[in-house]
Design a protein around this ligand. Structure first.
Ligand SMILES: Nc1ncnc2c1ncn2[C@@H]1O[C@H](COP(=O)(O)OP(=O)(O)OP(=O)(O)O)[C@@H](O)[C@H]1O
Length: 231
């Protein structure tokens, strides 16, 4: 479970001595249950990425607390955050952020190398993931030899390969056409159902938000759950 309590954050902007505070997150409290897909929808500049960075531990909030998988992560050092992320969290980005000099297979293998997993076990694991995201045919292609949808599959596979219980996705279909967007959303749904992975998806696209079990709306740093009406 991910639990945020009374999270607030203000960025300081401007010259030293003449700084101004820009409040970006305002008293945000919510829980995400294991195995849920949560979407956070909001306009550009509403604070979505800042909130994701706080959950991921890239940004320490000014006030409030965060618990993830039973551990309070709020006051972790950078090294503790990095160690925690390695085991618990995978990331999917809008612009994929793949290594251009590595093939699809090598990009997927990279987190396992960093983790120190032995070669034989890495190869086996990468093969399984390639099948899961249907990329076997293009495993030896470099990122610039892949379509946008295939690149996003590589990005998803790279996030999955270390078996994290949580995946944080920042506009995962933002660079894709609508048909490919549907394909990637279906893949996310399938991975959620088959592997029980919790997904937190931030998006400005209402359509993307529809795959979520629960949707939250971010407006000017304030987060509210969208009431779903039973039909
Ligand atoms: N490091 C920073 N320093 C100062 N202000 C920042 C910083 N990062 C973000 N902001 C400001 O915080 C606000 C929220 O930004 P954030 O990136 O969280 O919004 P967003 O909803 O994710 O937008 P988008 O959909 O465009 O990515 C914006 O007004 C932005 O200018």
């Amino acid at each position: 479970m991910i639990q945020l309590q009374h999270i607030s954050h203000t960025f300081k902007i401007g010259k030293k001595g003449n700084e101004k505070g820009v409040p970006v997150l305002k008293d945000i409290s919510f829980n995400i249950n294991d195995g849920e897909i949560i979407s956070i929808v909001g306009k550009s500049g509403s604070g979505k990425s800042t909130l994701l960075n706080v959950i991921a531990g890239f940004l320490k909030p000014e006030t409030g607390s965060i618990h993830m998988n039973g551990k309070e992560t709020t006051n972790f050092t950078e090294a503790e955050h990095a160690k925690f992320r390695m085991v618990n969290t995978g990331f999917i980005f809008q612009n994929f952020q793949l290594m251009p000099g590595l093939t699809a297979k090598e990009n997927i293998e990279l987190p396992l190398k960093i983790k120190g997993v032995p070669k034989q076990s890495r190869k086996q694991h990468v093969q399984e993931i390639l099948q899961k995201v249907e990329l076997e045919k293009v495993a030896d292609h470099y990122p610039n030899e892949l379509s946008g949808g295939q690149q996003q599959r590589v990005c998803i596979a790279r996030a999955l390969v270390t078996n994290p219980p949580i995946i944080l996705a920042d506009e995962p279909t933002g660079s894709l056409d609508s048909e490919t967007e549907q394909e990637i959303l279906q893949l996310i749904k399938q991975l959620n159902v088959q592997m029980g992975i919790t997904f937190v998806i931030i998006t400005h696209d209402e359509e993307v938000a529809t795959i979520a079990n629960r949707t939250f709306r971010m407006h000017d740093g304030v987060l509210k759950e969208v009431e779903t009406v039973a039909i």
